[in-house]
Write a protein that binds this ligand. Structure first.
Ligand code: SF4
Length: 404
């Protein structure tokens, strides 16, 4: 399989809305499964998938099935869903097919089904190897589930896998974070995603923070954790290629690279958001409403908008600056018609003098110090592109689907 994408590559994002339980920090649309009959959703999902794929006028190169937790499906239903996906994309040159999994939801039968249906990559939400931190995050799994899940998928034949970890958790210390990193690296993942904990609107942890029953991590400690992670993983042979993502050579997440290069992606499932060229859309965030809409109207799109040139340029800036090797100024100008170095000259000079960015005729990238202040860097640059009022310029939280 040729693992390569281009600026024209199209991704397909699929959203499965069920999890075993709701984690304390999660603001993705997901609801506890609680013995629910998944047949009506599977049927609507298959219909949505066929129609959305038929509508694509470019080849689909990558698939990412996240949520929620797709592996909450029993292996028989997992096979049904994957069979629908495989049939829908059979004429497309898919070179990467990722599925998200919670470590407690992986077993031999499911792993076999994944391999039989051409899943090439698994993304495992480990988050921490310390029980007190998993408890603080309100995770259901225990630390030993992670090596066991990896043993299972490796013996089924999936060797391309990602481990998600979170730093800045209540009760976490620099040493416990380093230990989680070391335990993860011992499992030889080709890819690691390491996110700082964010307190999103409406989550259980945000409510506790407001009530004062928990405290946010000290900013300096969080910065130390970020740099400890970068230094340790780079010393272990991982390339730091995106703010929060590290990969062994040749193992970057191609699907997420499409997001970060501000490419096009189709979207299927409740709450799934897509962007095809300049049209952005989002499906309804409710399982029952999604099923009803698909069955009655053939789609469940709740919001659709054509983005302006300025919004496109801002999104391009916010996404491409996440890449550690920087924003390609020529590609940016081709994509948006804007000469960024010229348009944002004052911010570029200010940020360069502050040691937060480096800019030459071809590239604009953040320095080691700039990576710690990515939000500030992006805001400063974006403010000179005249953002429409109300547009979020928060680079850290405008992230693709992260974990399960
Ligand atoms: S973090 Fe993952 S497992 Fe937890 S509720 Fe969100 S989607 Fe589900």
């Amino acid at each position: 399989m040729n693992r390569a994408i281009s600026e024209q590559s199209l991704g397909l994002y699929l959203h499965w809305p069920f999890c075993e339980s709701k984690c304390g920090y999660c603001d993705f649309y997901s609801v506890p499964l609680k013995g629910r009959d998944v047949a009506p959703l599977l049927s609507a999902f298959a219909k949505d998938l066929r129609l959305r794929v038929a509508e694509c006028n470019a080849p689909i190169d990558t698939i990412f099935w996240g949520g929620g937790t797709p592996t909450t499906l029993e292996h028989e239903n997992l096979a049904v869903a994957l069979g629908c996906i495989r049939d829908a994309v059979e004429d497309h040159p898919v070179c990467e097919f990722t599925i998200e999994a919670n470590p407690a939801t992986v077993d031999d039968a499911k792993a076999r089904v994944l391999v039989e249906h051409s899943v090439t990559r698994l993304s495992l939400g480990a988050q921490s190897f310390h029980q007190n931190e998993l408890d603080a995050l309100e995770r259901l799994h225990i630390p030993s589930d992670v090596p066991e899940a990896i043993r299972i998928i490796r013996s089924a034949g999936i060797t391309n896998y990602n481990i998600d970890l979170i730093f800045g958790v209540g009760g976490q210390t620099l040493d416990s974070w380093k230990e989680s990193l070391a335990r993860a690296v011992d499992l030889d993942p080709p890819h690691l995603a390491c996110y700082g904990l964010t307190y999103e609107h409406g989550t259980s942890l945000t409510k506790q923070l407001k009530l004062g029953t928990i405290q946010a991590c000290d900013e300096q400690l969080e910065a130390d954790m970020f740099l400890a992670c970068k230094d340790f993983l780079e010393s272990c042979g991982y390339e730091h290629y995106e703010l929060s993502n590290y990969a062994k050579p040749g193992h970057q997440c191609l699907h997420n690279l499409i997001y970060w290069r501000n490419g096009s992606y189709q979207a299927v499932g409740p709450s799934a958001a897509g962007c095809l060229r300049d049209v952005r859309f989002k499906n309804v965030c409710d399982v029952n409403e999604y099923i009803r809409s698909i069955n009655e109207h053939g789609h469940a799109i709740a919001e659709r908008e054509t983005i302006s040139n300025t919004e496109r340029a801002l999104e391009c800036l916010m996404m491409r600056m996440r890449l550690v090797d920087g924003l390609d100024l020529v590609a940016f100008q081709t994509c948006t018609g804007i000469n960024l170095a010229e348009n944002c000259r004052e911010a570029v000079v200010r940020l360069t003098q502050a040691g937060l960015i480096e800019c030459d005729h071809a590239k604009l990238c953040m320095t080691r110090r700039g990576l710690l202040m990515a939000d500030t860097v992006i805001r400063e640059l974006a403010s000179e592109l005249d953002p429409p009022s109300g547009m979020s310029l928060n680079v850290i939280t405008s992230r693709p689907s992260v974990d399960s």
